[in-house]
Design a protein around this ligand. Structure first.
Ligand code: PGA
Length: 248
């Protein structure tokens, strides 16, 4: 499975970051791919020192749509790629809440791909409604990203289904495995509009939203997800190791 740690702004010292990188190294021998997404300045420290253990990869939490040059304060895709960053989270709901649009997300996805960075695109509805209009929200988020891409590039995108109502809570308030399974099937069906069915089956779908030691195994077993995007539970070294080990 692909296990992505979204450190958000929880981790704010290189000491804490080092402890987490070490924790990842300790559980990296298994079959899972471990990806750490630190805040950008910490990303710089690890990429520059080559301090990331084997089997552990780095992701940016976001980057700029600016190509480079006169763009004060922006972190570009070229810069990330040059530092050896292999993934980037794109369109996290906390970025969208600050005004990022579907179109900006789509532009970042295309930019990431053109620079050899694998995009992990967050999609998810703010809330559920009885008329299932939230499915339209998801379809639109997927369409805006995939439509402009070539068929080959469409197959290189990773999606993270992160229902906003489930983020930053507890395992008890997270999604249930059956419900997640339904969503994974729905999202996969939506891919089939943009890529051949064989490719649609292979696009990784992660789940994020209050994944904790108490629910990670049941979510993995009952839902057909390809991995997880984990926030608050990923920033304590002991809890992090428990999460990875729970997946076997
Ligand atoms: P959470 O965050 O695990 O703290 O709910 C997940 C995310 O927002 O990526």
């Amino acid at each position: 499975m692909l296990i992505v740690s979204n450190w958000k702004a929880y981790v704010d010292s290189s000491k804490d970051a080092l402890a987490l990188v070490k924790a990842a190294g300790a559980v990296a021998q298994g079959e899972h791919t471990l990806v750490l997404a630190p805040p950008a300045p910490l990303l710089g420290i690890f990429a520059a020192k080559g301090a990331v253990p084997k089997g552990v990869y780095l992701a940016a939490q976001d980057f700029s749509n600016a190509e480079g040059g006169a763009a004060t304060g922006e972190t570009t895709a070229v810069l990330l790629k040059g530092m050896g960053i292999t993934y980037s989270v794109i369109g996290h709901s906390e970025r969208r809440a600050r005004g990022e649009t579907n179109e900006e997300v789509a532009a970042k996805v295309a930019r990431a791909l053109s620079h050899g960075i694998t995009p992990i695109v967050c999609i998810g509805e703010p809330e559920r409604d009885a008329e299932a209009q939230y499915l339209g929200t998801l379809r639109e988020q997927i369409a805006t990203v995939l439509e402009p891409l070539s068929k080959a590039d469409r197959a290189r995108v990773i999606f993270a289904y992160e229902p906003i109502w489930a983020i930053g809570k507890s395992a008890a308030e997270s999604i249930q495995p059956d419900d997640l399974h339904e969503m994974v099937l729905y999202i996969r069906k939506s891919f089939a509009q943009y890529v051949p069915e064989s490719a649609a089956l292979k696009i990784p779908i992660l789940y994020g939203g209050s994944v904790e030691p108490a629910n990670i195994a049941s979510l993995a077993q009952g839902s057909a997800v390809d991995g997880f995007l984990i926030g608050h539970a990923s920033v304590d070294p002991v809890t992090y190791r428990t999460l990875v080990k729970a997946l076997g």
